[in-house]
Design a protein around this ligand. Structure first.
Ligand SMILES: [Zn+2]
Length: 192
């Protein structure tokens, strides 16, 4: 991973952190380090430093609260060391989006203990396209429903419009804003 944009990469560590923050959601923000070769990802309670060490590995340092356990499940290719984690064999040639999903998943794993992010995509036009999106982005995707559907949840007294679809590895459920996480959980249990 080379910190400076060049013909191969065309993005900096700051660009990568900014893309990861977009995936993590509105609570998160990013600050550029000196020269753009490091960046800080932060929310109200947590701070992560994205940087490249002297051997060229992409690293994510953070301070773990003393009562916080290491994540049980780390995203593929993420190794933990005291004070942070690094991305094994990460290369800029993977592309900005793929790398940003890896960074966001690692932050998510550290903060919540699960690496499964719900990633927003445009509505896929076919099952194949949805499959490719899962291969690139991970097991949980969310996208606009496209036509009026009813939320899958039985918690509603009356039928409620679902604005979006939640897909767990291709198993999809319509969900209103209150039941997107529940849809992912239900689909996961159903398919595993
Ligand atoms: Zn609902």
């Amino acid at each position: 991973m080379y910190p400076h944009p060049d013909d191969q990469t065309r993005f900096s560590i700051f660009d990568l952190a900014r893309a990861a923050v977009r995936t993590l959601g509105r609570d998160w923000a990013v600050k550029r380090g000196d020269w753009g070769v490091s960046a800080t990802l932060f929310n109200e309670s947590r701070t992560f430093l994205l940087w490249v060490d002297e051997s060229g590995d992409l690293c994510l340092d953070y301070t773990r609260p003393s009562d916080e356990l290491l994540p049980e499940v780390m995203p593929n290719g993420v190794a933990v060391y005291p004070g942070g984690m690094f991305f094994e064999a990460a290369r800029a040639t993977e592309g900005l989006f793929a790398l940003s999903v890896r960074v966001a998943s690692a932050v998510q794993a550290a903060v919540t203990g699960t690496s499964e992010l719900m990633i927003e995509i445009p509505a896929p036009t076919s099952g194949d396209e949805l499959g490719r999106a899962h291969a690139q982005c991970g097991p949980i995707l969310i996208y606009p429903a496209g036509r009026p559907l009813i939320c899958h949840s039985a918690e509603h007294d009356a039928p409620t419009v679902a604005e979006r679809m939640v897909s767990y590895c291709g198993f999809t459920l319509p969900a209103c804003g209150d039941h997107e996480a529940a849809a992912a959980e239900f689909a996961r249990e159903w398919t595993t």
